[in-house]
Design a protein around this ligand. Structure first.
Ligand SMILES: Cc1cc2nc3c(=O)[nH]c(=O)nc-3n(C[C@H](O)[C@H](O)[C@H](O)COP(=O)(O)OP(=O)(O)OC[C@H]3O[C@@H](n4cnc5c(N)ncnc54)[C@H](O)[C@@H]3O)c2cc1C
Length: 485
């Protein structure tokens, strides 16, 4: 009997666990380790952040799903990986700090034959002084953060209804943030709600971001096919902002958030600041801080994890100048080169480098987005890794056969721009491949037949359907495999 342990129950962890459980049969064990008792459909947190949804609508308890499917659940936070076991036993294990009510403070060793690290990001608010919901800005990264942000938004609207003008600042809170798409969705939903609540004329809405240009999204921007012609995502995005009267500041690294004021440095080295009444600024991401130890107890973390805490897998991590980056640098199987029974998927794996061109201010501050790992590729890589492990457990393969490189995979993103059955709208974008390939597509880096952008009500309906579809799937309800990643 083999034991597969999956760290994390987000999009990646849940996808890997359900697929592996279904294919493995009861001869083998699947164990999920995750600190929270609930699953969260994170993309809908932006709707919680404007009060259109409640936290209950974007979450559900994990334990009943695992009881139904026969997955063991350890509610706890993994702190270290011991891939060689220790002096007492050669069996690899993960040290877990339990978080379940009544057990907190206790530790458990969870032994494994196969390990998938799907721990997602640490929301690194500490990287910028004053950033984050414990300090001077807001977030929509978790459902709790989003609920808190929704209250602050209501208060801001109430002040506008009382006749005050308000400045709402939305974007990224550090020079190296990723996930611009989430902040983009949030600013559009805020702007939509301000109009719906009749206070748009009282609001100054400002986008502040580390992108070189609007529409970069951490993917270096893209050429898109739109209504029969080809344009750049910068032009498309600028027109969306202009139509909605949203101001934008790009090429900015937020250096500090004081109460009501954000200070930032621009790529040309200027130090500026902006006063705000409401600020939702995303944090940069790092790995969750797992450590690794060898059999003798020596710290081997640097050979298993990159300095940013993400896990090293089968990518090419040699430091290269931008001009020498290649699609082949990107991992394909997400297998640890040091420990072949260990994998990392979703946000937890270390990308070999950014996708957007790295830029540094004259003062040496890096100001460019780090690469996004959105839901669709996250789900696909988690499924492929689960299938590879199942094949190896069943003796059908001796090495991973399926591949899911971001350089050979497309993605679809639907960014809500306002909720409502008839008045809602969303920006729908697809791109192929995620990592541009200028050798194959010399002019645009991507296949224009599969890279397009549109905005409209249909996108909103699809986004809503995805909300219900993915929650349905994550609950392992009947025919859940019919819902694609
Ligand atoms: C506000 C917002 C909106 C977004 N909108 C979209 C969208 O519209 N479309 C899209 O494609 N993508 C979107 N994304 C990105 C998407 O949410 C991510 O791609 C996806 O969540 C990544 O999945 P993951 O499983 O790698 O990480 P996560 O979903 O973050 O899951 C990580 C899991 O690991 C657990 N964990 C953390 N630490 C430990 C530990 N030490 N031990 C064990 N478990 C641990 C966590 O509790 C969690 O269960 C959005 C992101 C945000 C923040």
């Amino acid at each position: 009997m083999a034991r597969l342990v999956i760290l994390g129950a987000g999009i990646a962890g849940q996808t890997a666990a359900l697929h592996a459980r279904r294919r493995l049969g009861r001869d083998h064990e699947v164990v999920v380790v995750s600190p929270n008792s609930k699953w969260n459909w994170i993309p809908s947190n932006i709707w919680v952040g404007v009060g259109v949804m409640t936290p209950e609508q974007v979450t559900f308890p994990l334990r009943p799903v695992y009881e139904k499917t026969g997955i063991a659940f350890v509610q706890g936070k993994a702190v270290s990986v011991h891939p060689e076991g220790d002096g007492d036993s050669g069996k690899p294990y993960v040290k877990v700090e339990l978080t379940e009510t009544g057990k907190s403070g206790q530790e458990e060793r969870v032994h494994y034959d196969w390990l998938v690290n799907a721990t997602g990001p640490k929301l690194n608010f500490d990287a910028t002084p004053g950033l984050g919901p414990q300090k001077n800005s807001l977030s929509v990264c978790t459902f709790d953060h989003a609920a808190h942000t929704s209250k602050a938004f209501d208060e801001t609207v109430a002040r506008m209804k009382a006749g005050e003008k308000q400045t709402l600042l939305i974007g990224t809170g550090h020079g190296n943030c990723t996930c611009q798409g989430a902040a983009f969705e949030y600013i559009f939903n805020v702007e939509f709600e301000l109009r719906r609540r009749g206070v748009r004329d009282k609001a100054r809405v400002v986008w502040l971001s580390n992108e070189h240009e609007l529409g970069d999204f951490g993917m270096g921007g893209m050429f898109i096919r739109r209504g029969g012609y080809v344009t750049h995502s910068r032009v498309f995005t600028e027109s969306l902002y202009t139509e909605r009267g949203i101001e934008w500041i790009t090429r900015a690294a937020v250096k500090e958030v004081a109460p009501g004021e954000a200070s930032y440095e621009t790529l040309d080295g200027d130090e500026r600041s902006l006063k705000f009444d409401f600020a939702m600024l995303l944090p940069p991401f790092s790995g969750v801080g797992l450590k690794a130890f060898d059999r003798a107890g020596a710290d081997i973390t640097p050979s298993v994890f990159a300095p940013n805490g993400f896990m090293l897998v089968d990518g090419d991590y040699a430091k290269k100048p931008y001009e020498e980056w290649s699609p082949e640098d990107w991992p394909r199987t997400y297998q640890s080169p040091k420990f072949p029974n260990v994998f990392a998927v979703g946000i937890a794996f270390a990308p070999p480098h950014a996708i957007s061109k790295p830029m540094t201010s004259p003062k040496g501050t890096p100001i460019f987005p780090t690469p996004p790992r959105t839901g669709m590729p996250t789900g696909v890589m988690a499924r492929e890794v689960a299938f590879n492990i199942v094949d190896m457990i069943k003796g059908n393969a001796t090495a991973p056969k399926r591949q899911a490189s971001l350089a050979h995979m497309g993605a679809a993103c639907i960014a809500s721009a306002g909720a409502g059955l008839f008045r809602g709208t969303a920006v729908s974008m697809t791109l192929f491949p995620i990592v541009p390939d200028f050798r194959k597509y010399p002019d645009t880096g991507r296949d224009l037949d599969w890279t397009f952008g549109e905005i409209g009500l249909a996108g909103h309906w699809i986004k809503h359907l995805l909300h219900f579809g993915f929650i349905y799937k994550a609950k392992a309800n009947p025919l859940w495999t019919m819902v694609p990643e």
